[in-house]
Design a protein around this ligand. Structure first.
Ligand code: NDP
Ligand code: 8X3
Length: 267
């Protein structure tokens, strides 16, 4: 059966690693056309090349820093040019995946740095808003286009050291819900996928390259993988146009709740 995503344009932010890179490969397997953004273009090049091998109808990439309005505008002008310049069955964007983000530090409020708070909000909250504002004119009405935001269990429950990250992901959830009201009647679907512990570069970024600390987060548990989340993103995007997958909370089986993780004894 032909995938509803075949030859459809899919824009993914934060496509240079983790969920975003895995989502590129997963959409590629459906024959989608990809517009990939992140700051590390050397990594994007590899992701795009792998996506082409996996069946993408096109896999294009461009530098994007969601923390900078000028960068978002430049990226989106490039994206618009790809949509309109290429002979394609559709000159519209079909799926926007707002995935770029992450946590910076694990310090309590009493000790945390402004720079970490600012980066957390610039990427997870303001970046999502900027990219969405710029992409909205490219999303057609009443044909099953989707905005899929990547939130977190952290937006639904709080933990020490993550006040800013939890607030930012709560913000993502609020933005998702507000957008659903704003886009009511347009036929554009809006949803959030909120994962628990997943092993990507997330903890390496949070701990600023301290691999020992990053690895300890997942020690003895069976965390979610980037492919697990990519599969869900693609599933959400490929539902029939009248079905909006509103909010998904997905955790590893070894995670009962925030902070309640089952760790197996390691040999
Ligand atoms: P990764 O660190 O592997 O990926 C993060 C991606 O975001 C990278 O591609 C990075 O690209 C991009 N990014 C970060 N800052 C910016 C920026 N300023 N502009 C553009 N792109 C940026 O982690 P994940 O794949 O795990 O994270 C993806 C999303 O999932 C994030 O929003 C994260 O908060 C969320 N999440 C992660 C969970 C986990 O446990 N891993 C659980 C729940 C949610 P580059 O550095 O090249 O710009
Ligand atoms: C990432 C999941 O639990 O590390 O959003 O905050 S957690």
């Amino acid at each position: 059966m032909k995938s509803p995503l075949k030859n459809q344009w899919v824009l993914i932010t934060g496509a240079s690693s983790g969920f975003g890179a895995a989502a590129a490969t997963a959409f590629a397997a459906h024959g989608a056309k990809l517009l990939l953004g992140a700051r590390r273009t050397d990594r994007l090049e590899k992701v795009a090349s792998a996506a082409e091998k996996s069946g993408a109808a096109a896999a294009l990439f461009h530098e994007l820093d969601v923390a900078q309005t000028a960068s978002v505008e430049k990226f989106m002008a490039w994206a618009k040019a790809q949509l309109t310049n290429r002979k394609s069955s559709s000159a519209n964007l079909h799926v926007l995946v707002n995935n770029a983000g992450g946590a910076h530090g694990l310090d309590p409020v009493a000790a945390a740095q402004d720079a970490d708070w600012e980066t957390t909000f610039q990427t997870n909250v303001l970046g999502l808003l900027r990219v969405t504002r710029a992409a909205l004119p490219l999303l057609p009405h009443d044909v099953g286009a989707s905005i899929i935001n990547i939130g977190s269990i952290a937006g639904r429950s709080a933990y020490a050291g993550a006040a800013a990250y939890c607030a930012a992901k709560s913000g993502e959830l609020a933005i998702t819900r507000a957008l659903r009201h704003e886009l009511f009647g347009t036929g554009i679907r809006v949803g959030t996928i909120d994962p628990g512990l997943a092993q990507t570069e997330f903890s390496n970024v949070r701990f600023k390259g301290d691999r020992e600390k990053a690895d300890a987060v997942y020690a003895g548990i069976n965390p979610l993988t980037a492919d697990d989340i990519a599969e869900i993103i693609v599933w959400v995007a490929s539902r029939p146009p009248h079905v909006n997958i509103d909010e998904i909370l997905v955790k590893p089986t070894d995670q009962a709740d925030m902070g309640k993780v089952f760790r197996r004894r390691q040999k």
